[in-house]
Design a protein around this ligand. Structure first.
Ligand code: FNR
Length: 182
């Protein structure tokens, strides 16, 4: 069967390392995996008063998540946590109460940072939220990627120093999704 993966990237900036990592990772995936990045940059700020009348962008996000067999979160670390834009997206698609789009979707969490701890604390905060949202999240291997020279090749693929590690990560991620997809 085919596995459709919704990718959620925690950085909005044009030249984001995390956007590049998301793209490069998809090239390491098995042929029966299909990735599409869900837009989160046009979501309004979450306001509970809108739960009964969600914006079109929120409905779009929810339908993309609902249609996916798995989730891939690729996020930077902002001030030792996940970026607000990512938390905003998580909150939106979890509502109204009882209609969360995230429920039961297997996920992987990964991120790249210019800081030495490679998004470790952002990922831990994200894992905490995903646990509450009943999202079974790959535990091992962990991947805290440091953005340094040579991480990406000129064509956007993963550089030699990290390729084997990230290929193993992707293999485990794909197996995780297959195990948990309904
Ligand atoms: C950062 N950065 C950062 N890095 C880190 O390792 N730990 C941190 O807590 C933070 N905090 C932080 C806050 C804010 C507001 C910004 C803008 C940046 C640096 C961050 O790793 C760097 O900007 C990355 O390039 C962001 O990822 P993208 O946008 O390249 O995907």
């Amino acid at each position: 069967s085919q596995y459709r993966i919704a990718v959620v990237v925690g950085s909005l900036r044009k030249d984001s390392f995390n956007k590049k990592l998301a793209t490069a990772l998809t090239r390491l995936a098995p042929a029966d995996f299909h990735f599409a990045t869900s837009r989160i940059d046009d979501l309004p700020l979450y306001d509970q008063d809108d739960d009964a009348n969600q914006a079109d962008a929120v409905k779009r996000l929810k339908s993309e998540i609902s249609a996916a067999q798995g989730l891939l979160f690729v996020t930077p670390e902002y001030n030792r946590s996940m970026p607000g834009v990512l938390k905003n997206a998580l909150d939106h698609a979890s509502r109204p109460y009882g209609t969360s789009a995230w429920d039961g979707k297997p996920a992987g969490v990964i991120g790249v940072s210019v800081g030495a701890i490679g998004t470790a604390l952002a990922q831990q905060h994200l894992r905490n939220v995903l646990a509450y949202l009943n999202v079974p999240t790959l535990g091992q291997p962990e991947a805290f990627i440091h953005a340094k020279e040579g991480l990406f090749e000129a064509d956007g693929s993963i550089g030699a120093a990290s390729r084997e590690f990230l290929q193993k990560w992707m293999n485990q991620y794909a197996a995780w999704v297959k195990r948990h997809a309904g």
